[in-house]
Design a protein around this ligand. Structure first.
Ligand code: ZN
Length: 526
C-alpha cells in the first residue's frame, strides 16, 4: 500500500529547517521525501497547513510490562494518541525479562511497581511480544530485574559467582538485541548493589556498545541515606553516576533529570555545566526530561523507613507520632515542598476512598477538618502504605524551558496508564505539552521535534527510525501546530491537534481518531 502525505510542512527529525513537501510511504518504509509531483498512491493524506514529522520517540518508558495484559490496548492508546510511535523501555532497573528460567524470585520482578505476567529471558520476551504491540519498543535490560532473578530483595552483596550468573542474564539480552541496560538506585534491589557489581554490569553493557540509563540515588537537595552536611545530594548522586561511567566507559543516559522541591532547583546550572564539561572531555553522557512540573510517586515518599518498619499499633504511640511529625516537617522544609504539592492519585479500591483522588493533601485536610499532617497520615493508613501521589515541584516553567533548549536533553514521558485512580498527565499529553511549550516560548519547532525523534534515535542507536528519509521505517506523526491543545489540570485530557499517526506504515490515528492496530514491534540492536 502506497500512502502519500501531500503538501505538508515537513520537519524531517534531523534538526534541519522544515520545508513544504510530500512524504511517500510504501508498505512499512518511506519511499521518498520532497516535492513529489505526479506520484501515484493508493491513498493520499492532505497535509495542507499541517506539520509532517517522524513518529515521536519516548526516551523513557515502562510500557514493556503491559503488552501481554488482556486489556493491553488501554495502556498504549493514550501514548499513540499523542503521536508517540516508539518507546525506550526497561528503565529504572525494571524489565520483564533478564530472568533465569529456574529463578525462585519470578514473582518479585517489577519491584511492586509493575507486574510482569511471564518474566523470562529476552528471547522469550521478543517471541511473546510479536504481533501484540501498539507501538515499537526499544528494550533495555533492567539491573534490578537481573538481581531479583539471582537473590530477590536480599540486601546482601552478591558473591563473585552470583555476579557471574547475573552477567549471563545481561549477555543473553544484549546478544539477542537489547539496546543496553538500566539502573534504579532508588528501588529495591538496585539500592543494595555494591560498586563492584554495578561496575561489572556497566562494563558488560559497554562491551556491546549499549547505553546505560540511570535512575540516580537522589533527585533532590536532601535524600535519605546521605550525610546531612555535604553538597546537595542530587549532585552527590550525579558524582556516583559519573564514577561508574568512568570506571566502565559506558555510554550513559541520566534518566529523568528532575529537581524535586524548590531547594533543589539551584542545582540545575551546576549539573548542566557538569554534563557539558564531561562531554567536552570525551565522555558520552546526556539526559532526558519531562514536560510536566509534577511526577508520580508513592504515598510513603516522605516517611522515614523506621516508621514504616514499626508494627501498626506502635506507629500511633504519641512519642512515635511526635518524632514523625518533626522529621516530616524537617524533610519538607529541606526539600522546599509541602502537603499542598502532594496530589492524591490513588488510595485503594474502596469506593469510599475515591473522593480523595485528584485533590491535594491540604484540600482533603480542609474538607475533613484535620491538620495537613494528620490527613496525610490518615491517607497513608487508609492505603496501607500502598497509595500513590503526584508530587509537584519537580520543575517550574523556566526550568523546563531551559532544559528544552539545552543541547543534551531529549524528551520522554516516564508515565504509564494506571489501572485505577487519577492518571499521570504525561501519559496522555506529555509530547503535545512540549509542542505547546515550544509555541508559547518561541522555541524553534525543528529543534523540539529533533529531541522527540532523530536525536533520541541517535542517542540510543536506533537505526532507520526518528528521521523521515527514503528507506526509513514509516513511523509518521502529522499535527496542526497552531491547533495543539493540552490541559495539564485534566490529566487524562485527549490532546488536540494530533491528526494522523502511522506505525510502520499502518494508521494508528486517522483524522484525529484512534484506530486499533498491532503494527508495533520490538526493535533489535543490530
Ligand atoms: Zn526512574
Amino acid at each position: 500500500m502506497r500512502i502519500l502525505f501531500k503538501n505538508g510542512f515537513v520537519i524531517d527529525g534531523t534538526g534541519q529547517p522544515g520545508f513544504r513537501g510530500d512524504v511517500l510511504v510504501d508498505g512499512e518504509r518511506i519511499a521518498a521525501v520532497g516535492a513529489l509531483n505526479g506520484v501515484q498512491a493508493d491513498e493520499t493524506v492532505d497535509c495542507t497547513g499541517l506539520t509532517v514529522a517522524p513518529g515521536f520517540i519516548d526516551a523513557h518508558s515502562h510500557n514493556d510490562f503491559f503488552y501481554d495484559y488482556d486489556d493491553a490496548e488501554k495502556y498504549y492508546k493514550p501514548f499513540v494518541r499523542q503521536g508517540i510511535t516508539t518507546q525506550v523501555t526497561g528503565n529504572c532497573g525494571f524489565s520483564p525479562f533478564g530472568v533465569a528460567a529456574d529463578s525462585k524470585f519470578k514473582d518479585k520482578v517489577g519491584g511492586g511497581l509493575f507486574y510482569a505476567k511471564k518474566p523470562g529471558s529476552f528471547g522469550e520476551f521478543v517471541e511473546r511480544a510479536e504481533g501484540k504491540l501498539f507501538v515499537n519498543m526499544v528494550p533495555l535490560v533492567g539491573h534490578g530485574t537481573t538481581r531479583i532473578s539471582i537473590s530477590g530483595y536480599n540486601p546482601a552483596p552478591l558473591t563473585a559467582a552470583e555476579i557471574a550468573e547475573e552477567m549471563k542474564l545481561v549477555d543473553e539480552a544484549m546478544e539477542n538485541g537489547a539496546f543496553g541496560g538500566s539502573f534504579g538506585f532508588m528501588y529495591e534491589p538496585g539500592i543494595y548493589a555494591k560498586r563492584d557489581e554495578l561496575v561489572e554490569f556497566a562494563k558488560r553493557i559497554a562491551k556491546y556498545d549499549g547505553i546505560l540509563t540511570v535512575h540516580p540515588r537522589a533527585c533532590s537537595k536532601v535524600a535519605l541515606g546521605y550525610p546531612l552536611i555535604s553538597k546537595p545530594h542530587i549532585e552527590l548522586a550525579l558524582d556516583e553516576v559519573v564514577e561508574i561511567m568512568k570506571a566502565s566507559g559506558v555510554r550513559t543516559e541520566y534518566s529523568h533529570l528532575i529537581f524535586v522541591g524548590e531547594t533543589s532547583w539551584k542545582s540545575m546550572e551546576p549539573m548542566l555545566a557538569k554534563f557539558h564539561k564531561l562531554n567536552g572531555e570525551g565522555c558520552r553522557i546526556a539526559y532526558d526530561n519531562y514536560s510536566f512540573t509534577y511526577g508520580a510517586s508513592v504515598i510513603t515518599v516522605v516517611l522515614p523507613p523506621w516508621y514504616m518498619a514499626l508494627p501498626k499499633e506502635e506507629r500511633k504511640k504519641p512519642f512515635n507520632m511526635f518524632k514523625l511529625k518533626l522529621m516530616t516537617n524537617v524533610t519538607k522544609k529541606l526539600l522546599g515542598i509541602d502537603f499542598c504539592d502532594f496530589i492524591v492519585a490513588y488510595i485503594s479500591a474502596d469506593p469510599a476512598h475515591k473522593k480523595y483522588e485528584g485533590k491535594t493533601v491540604s484540600e482533603c485536610a480542609r474538607e475533613e477538618g484535620l491538620s495537613d499532617f494528620d490527613m496525610y497520615i490518615k491517607l497513608v493508613d487508609l492505603s496501607n502504605g500502598q497509595g500513590r501521589l503526584y508530587l509537584g515541584k519537580y520543575y517550574n516553567d523556566e526550568i523546563i524551558n531551559r532544559l528544552m533548549t539545552d543541547d543534551l536533553s531529549v524528551f520522554m514521558t516516564d508515565a504509564w496508564v494506571e489501572a485505577a485512580g487519577t492518571q499521570n498527565g504525561a501519559a496522555y499529553q506529555g509530547f503535545p505539552y512540549f509542542l505547546k511549550r515550544a509555541k508559547d516560548n518561541n522555541i524553534p519547532l525543528e529543534s523540539v521535534i529533533h529531541k522527540m525523534t532523530g536525536k533520541t534515535a541517535d542517542r540510543f542507536g536506533i537505526k532507520d527510525r526518528g528521521v523521515l528519509k527514503e528507506g526509513g521505517y514509516a513511523d509518521v506523526t502529522v499535527f496542526d501546530y497552531d491547533g495543539i491543545e493540552v490541559d495539564p489540570s485534566v490529566p487524562d485530557f485527549t490532546p488536540g491537534g494530533i491528526k494522523h499517526v502511522y506505525v510502520n506504515g499502518t494508521a494508528a490515528v486517522k483524522d484525529g481518531v484512534y484506530v486499533t492496530q498491532h503494527a508495533g514491534r520490538i526493535v533489535l540492536r543490530k
